[in-house]
Design a protein around this ligand. Sequence first.
Ligand code: ADP
Length: 459
Amino acid sequence: MKRFNKVLIANRGEIAIRIIRACKELGITTVAIYAEEDKLSLFRRKADEAYLIEDHRGPVDAYLNMDKIISLAKKKNVDAIHPGYGFLAENPVFARKCEKEGITFIGPTYQMMEQLGDKIQSKIVAHKVGVPTIPGVEKPITSDKDALEFAKIAGYPVMLKAAAGGGGRGMRIVESEESLLKDFKSAQNEALKAFGNGDIFIEKYLQQPKHIEVQILGDNYGNAVHLFERDCSIQRRHQKIIEFTPSLSITEEQRQAICEDALKIARSVNYRNAGTVEFLVDRNGDHFFIEMNPRIQVEHTVTEMVTDIDIVQTQILIAQGLRLDSNEIGITSQDDVQVSGAAIQCRITTEDPQNNFMPDTGKLEVYRTGGGYGLRLDSGNGFTGAYISPYYDSLLVKMTAFAKDFEKARTKAVRGLKEIEIEGVKTNKDFLINVLEHPTFINGDCDTNFIDQNPELFK
Ligand code: ADP
């Protein structure tokens, strides 16, 4: 076991602040890195030390520059690196480099990442342990002939997916033979350009599914537990906007089955650290594994609120070599993980819903948040006078409402959103309120097509 004195956060914005806070509570010194374009950002001021990473290729390259980050970490005597989400979080090359240099990578091993980071590989893992996957091919398709053959048997619509895809990108819904021929080549090219890997696979497109995912924690000794599910069906272009827990649209038996299947996948690779196993649930209530994300997720907050387990701190403790049943972590068995209440997270972004969610930029002339009992805020640059730049993700603040049950949490979230006053930059606040006040949402019954099918949300 190795106690960390100093942790470097290889990320920016709200997740960098979230990790800094977790470290501080554990008595660990924090080191931030930042790009020139982020020199006024709040996260660098929250850290004990902050260093500019010069990379003139572009604003995101500083956060991807493995060699500069590792050499800085060594120079500053850093024990471990937390990658957050995005950037280098799922990059096995980076994890491997860290380990080689004697710096702990706070996450799974690079071998686990290699095995699970690829959507085709992880489907094979699921298959081996008997967890249902969406009918499809389990190898990259190299010719449109193979794609056509599959679609003929499975029936349209089908989905083309990039093996290395993420963030809702690299996916195409295909309705007919004609479009399959057209889309196959362009999907391949696009995947190669976006992810550096042109592998494409094909599977059945599920109509109106729900996205249910399970939070996993595993230590370095093969012990793993689940922290129950999150319902992330409120999506736009396959990207999550509002997430909540517990899900209202699965029965207790389904919940147990889905969480058990998530654990089966995690256990099959001796998964360590925090990870999320994602499923789609179809209209018959059957669930299918889609992928495993070997990192902390944006929506981890809702799980923290209902289980009272600090997932980011647990990630750090696990990386130090502590067992799940150690005094510090305190999870001796699955029964120690109990859910109490309900939580809903809204992603407030600087996007204009009236203009196809175009990101907006500029100075926050006014920034007043909602707050009070049961509302948690995680933000990157949430303050009056902050400059919202065009270079990064448009997530401004995550508002998580926590209460005794879903309806109370929903009411609280609406109240909190209505309290927010932001001027100078457009946000999706009113859109979020419309979603939360929609009868289908009130019933907790939205599927992944909800936003597309309800144009009135944009008013
Ligand atoms: P990413 O890694 O880009 O987030 P995922 O594989 O997790 O991609 O899928 C993201 C979303 O895309 C899902 O939550 C779901 O809404 C949609 N999706 C993915 N696969 C299918 C499918 N076979 N049928 C219907 N929707 C799908």
